[in-house]
Design a protein around this ligand. Sequence first.
Ligand code: G3H
Ligand code: 13P
Ligand code: ZN
Length: 319
Amino acid sequence: MIVTTDLLFEHAYGNYAVGAYNINNAEQIMGLFRGNIDSKAPFIVQLSKGARSYTDKRLLEAMIRAADEIFPEAIFAVHLDHGDEQACYDCIDSGFYSSVMIDASAEEFEENIAITKRVVEAAHAKGIVVEAELGKLGGVEEHVSVAEADAKLTDPKEVEEFVTRTGCDSLACAIGTSHGAYKFTGSQGLHFNVIEDIAKLLPGFPMVMHGSSSVPQDEVKRINAAGGQMGGAKGVDEAEISKASKMGVTKVNIDTDGRLVWCRVHREHLLENPENFDLRGPGKVFMAEYADYIAHKSEVLGSAGQLDSVREFIKNKVV
Ligand code: G3H
Ligand code: 13P
Ligand code: ZN
């Protein structure tokens, strides 16, 4: 069942986080749904601009509709990840998406507000909720000064004004993470003080953590052992993700970890089966292994086991 993202957030806030996973193809969709059903977790399927143009957005959307039929017990939202203004309007008009992200974080504060506000008005008119972004995502290296670090992270003092003026429904906050497989060089981690300050200023307002892959070191080792070159890859500590999930970080974005599972499975499979040229062999292994990864992540986020409770919550809200 496709539901609105704000209902998932309302149920989760302060207790657990909803996993938001990027998908590009059928195998990822099957693994994602299977893993969330196995762990009884609500979740968010998210499509980036790149994913929507990889094959064809209509194909991806049709596969998500089909997965909804194949897994009738699933409860999930469909989200546009890192949209520009045009992509947001396209998704809002399509009637298929539960929420969109307008990413105008590269703009100056006033311009970010103006763009986000336009998208919020168009989205709310159709009952769709909006995630915006404030701050510059990026790892904060150990050698940088406090002033330099603060310039990169989301400024809690700006958040209240940004949210009030734009009317956005959730906010991607820069709290020390970055996208991809190389997030940290030393022992850096999440900036919990930023999360705490925002939660105090805006209690109940959902924060979104981008760049949340944990880059499991076992995956990296296996990829390298099977011919990969991923020296120094490092992600977010899972204990820190669990902690943040109880502090108002309500949506946790994961893409890279899924790519690592894909890479490891295919590298190992082809190395161990040099005679094989059939995509279904590694494809089947990937679907099963990705499902296991997702089920594990539900435990880390605290979303595991929430499915019946969220179903009841939504039923009571909608009646
Ligand atoms: O944050 C970006 C996501 O990992 C999506 O990546 O734009 O390559 O699809 P992509
Ligand atoms: P990762 O690269 O850490 O998986 O982050 C994905 C993300 O933030 C998608 O928006
Ligand atoms: Zn992101």
